[in-house]
Design a protein around this ligand. Structure first.
Ligand code: GA4
Length: 338
């Protein structure tokens, strides 16, 4: 294995039939406290739709408090956890992902992330110590949302957009449809049998929202797909966050940023816990390419849609489906002109 020489890059492993082989690739690592962060986030979103952030400003105690509450919840007896389910799509879910038959080697909690909703939601979702879980959740979400907005503002500035809150304001509205997910991937006694039955931890998909912010414990499993379709494994790092461009940001940048396809493999011996904040817009928000990002001679690649329209169509599809296809503009072909 080649040792990384540049501190601003992290290692990827090339995946061949789900077996890691030799080192070939490195992911962008962005230090949010450095002045070059603005240029680097734009580059990373253009090249991969994915990067890792360090010096992120989210207190480590918020992360460890929430993660330990989550571990306590997932260790409860199954009937206790099921009091908070079944996820439809919100609540506690086991194996079932979404509403159309997707399954994974996973259990999870999926929530709307605004504090009012969290405080109103049935206490059973927060297990034996609801107050502790709820306050850890609110502190964590507030800090991660702040960081997401900071990244979105760097992106807007880096793209030369005058209104630096053009993306971040969509997450800040009271009615914003931001979600929060805590995943637990239990160790799988027979990963090969799982793969033979075509099941993995969480199947390949892109995230629908504007931005996703992921934290995981030190267990591997996350993979992203490069533009050429190669799957690469992302080494876990519990001190950092991983950022994904979502479908909505791909549309707003008229395809300049790519929403990254990713998946999670099951681990044979260790349990993986990940916590993901999904920054989404309000339901009635119109999503379309920003005029200022449509370059001369370029066309808008997508029809305008509301977030509500997108979500309705997303929940009718399977996890691996291309959810943006439905909103792509039909481009004139040579044959149309004849
Ligand atoms: C993928 C990203 C988020 O986890 C999620 C998922 C959602 C769900 O689990 O309910 C979806 C999936 C995700 C995309 C397509 C639909 C909806 C399952 C599914 C098959 C919470 C989200 O927002 O979209």
């Amino acid at each position: 294995m080649v040792v990384c020489s540049k501190p601003a890059l992290d290692t990827f492993f090339l995946i061949n039939d789900c077996k890691p082989t030799t080192f070939v690739f490195r992911i962008p690592v962005i230090d949010l406290s450095k002045p070059d962060a603005q240029t680097l986030v734009v580059k990373a979103c253009e090249e991969f739709g994915f990067f890792k952030v360090i010096n992120h400003g989210v207190p480590m105690e918020f992360i460890s408090m929430l993660e330990s509450e989550a571990v306590k919840f997932f260790s409860l007896p199954q009937p206790e956890k099921e009091k908070a389910g079944p996820a439809n799509p919100f609540g506690y879910g086991n194996r079932k992902i979404g509403l159309n038959g997707d399954i994974g080697w996973i259990e999870y909690i999926l929530l709307r992330s605004n504090p009012e909703f969290i405080s109103q939601k049935s206490l059973s979702i927060f297990g034996e110590s609801p107050e502790l879980f709820r306050s850890a959740l609110n502190a964590y979400i507030a800090a991660v949302k702040r960081m997401s907005c900071e990244i979105l503002e760097l992106l807007a500035e880096g793209l030369g957009i005058e209104q630096r809150n053009v993306f971040s304001k969509l997450l800040m509205k009271e009615e914003s449809d931001c979600l929060f997910r805590i995943n637990h991937y239990p160790p799988c006694p027979d990963v090969q049998a799982l793969t033979r039955s075509n099941m993995i931890g969480f199947g390949e998909h892109t995230d629908p929202q504007i931005i996703s912010v992921l934290h995981s414990n030190n267990t591997s499993g996350l993979e992203i797909s490069l533009r050429d379709g190669t799957w690469v494994s992302v080494p876990p790092d519990q001190n950092s966050f991983f950022i994904n461009v979502g479908d909505s940001l791909q549309v707003m940048t008229n395809g300049r940023f790519k929403s990254v396809k990713h998946r999670v493999l099951a681990n044979g011996s260790q349990s993986r816990v990940s916590m993901i904040f999904f920054g989404g817009p309000p339901f009635d928000e119109k999503i379309a390419p920003l005029q200022s990002l449509i370059e001369e001679g370029e066309e808008s690649l997508y029809e305008e849609f509301t977030w509500c329209e997108y979500k309705k169509s997303a929940y009718k599809l399977r996890l691996a489906d291309n959810r943006l296809q439905h909103f792509e503009k039909l481009r004139a072909t040579a044959a149309d002109g004849l």
